[in-house]
Design a protein around this ligand. Structure first.
Ligand code: G4P
Length: 283
């Protein structure tokens, strides 16, 4: 499924990011925990070279907890700090400050050894659209988020948000793009609702989603629709059955498969069907 980012946007995003990153100690990369690799920017390792790194596995209220644990281990093994969060719930962010200090410990200790007065760690959030960057910033800055005023060298009049005594966060996230030349990445992001539905064939997408759920999470489908649901049926048969269970009918009193497919997509994306993950790390 093709979707487009315009080169103009990309160039501008890249330029902004390259400018801002000069001021930054710590790059906080927000990912959708349901598809951490597909929701990563392909250039991020290059852009963030030499910086401390923290991965936020966001929307963890929607993803499979067992798979989240595998991703945490995977990214930690690769040298990242990792936080598994639901940005809509500030309780899941209570370890944020401590994690930042752990990730940047080397710098903090070095400054201390050299007798340098501890400066707040300068952090920047980045990620592709819709992973929850704004929500994350709002939640972490909720209580202590006093703007620290304009400072020279920050592009576009950006401001820093104070995060307690240990860190300051650039208030504008770095918006990057996904690896859109990979069709399966586009498909997964579409499935998660990260791509404008106007340019998608939602019905086609729902068949791919149903295929995946039948294979990986049949019990969630049974729980949501009926214990008797036969998840070995073809997609059409299954959607028909789901429409019958829900009493969703078209003209002539026939089960409305199309409408059912759209309802299924909506319930899947919003987490009503249950917590699922589209990707697992390769072991
Ligand atoms: P962005 O800045 O990266 O583009 O993402 P943004 O914060 O705008 O979040 C995109 C959508 O994801 C929003 O939903 C937001 O509420 C939701 N979201 C962000 N973090 C989490 C999370 O940890 N868990 C869950 N379940 N949802 C999250 P929306 O439907 O577009 O907006 P709204 O109706 O919630 O306001």
């Amino acid at each position: 499924m093709a979707y487009q980012y315009y080169p103009g946007h990309m160039t501008k995003a890249l330029r902004n990011m390259e400018n801002d990153i000069k001021l930054i100690d710590l790059v906080i990369e927000v990912l959708d925990s349901r598809a951490p690799l597909s929701s990563r920017n392909p250039n991020i390792d290059n852009l963030a070279k030499g910086k401390y790194r923290l991965i936020v596995l966001n929307k963890s209220d929607l993803s499979d907890p067992a798979v989240n644990a595998l991703w945490k281990e995977y990214f930690e093994k690769n040298g990242f700090g990792v936080l598994e969060v639901n940005s809509k719930d500030s309780r899941s962010l209570k370890n944020f400050d401590r994690t930042i200090c752990e990730v940047c410990r080397e710098k903090l200790e070095r400054d201390k050894r050299r007798g340098i007065r501890q400066r707040p760690i300068k952090a920047m959030i980045c990620g592709i659209p819709n992973v929850g960057k704004s929500t994350f910033i709002n939640t972490v800055s909720g209580k202590s988020g006093a703007k620290t005023g304009n400072k020279p060298g920050v592009t576009r009049g950006n401001q820093w948000i104070s995060l307690g005594s240990s860190a300051e966060l650039l208030d504008t996230p770095g918006i990057l793009w996904p690896k859109f030349e990979d069709e399966s990445v586009g498909m997964k992001l579409a499935l998660l609702g990260s791509i404008n539905d106007d340019i998608l064939d939602l019905e086609e997408l729902s068949y791919s989603a149903l295929d995946f759920m039948k294979k990986e999470y049949p019990d969630l489908l049974k729980k949501r629709f009926s214990d008797d649901l036969d998840t070995d049926m073809s997609d059409d048969e299954l959607l028909r059955e789901m429409a019958v269970i829900r009493n969703i009918k078209a003209k002539g009193n026939e089960p409305d498969i199309r409408r059912m497919s759209l309802i299924f997509m909506d319930e899947l994306r919003s987490g009503k069907i249950g917590r699922f993950s589209l990707e697992r790390p390769l072991v």
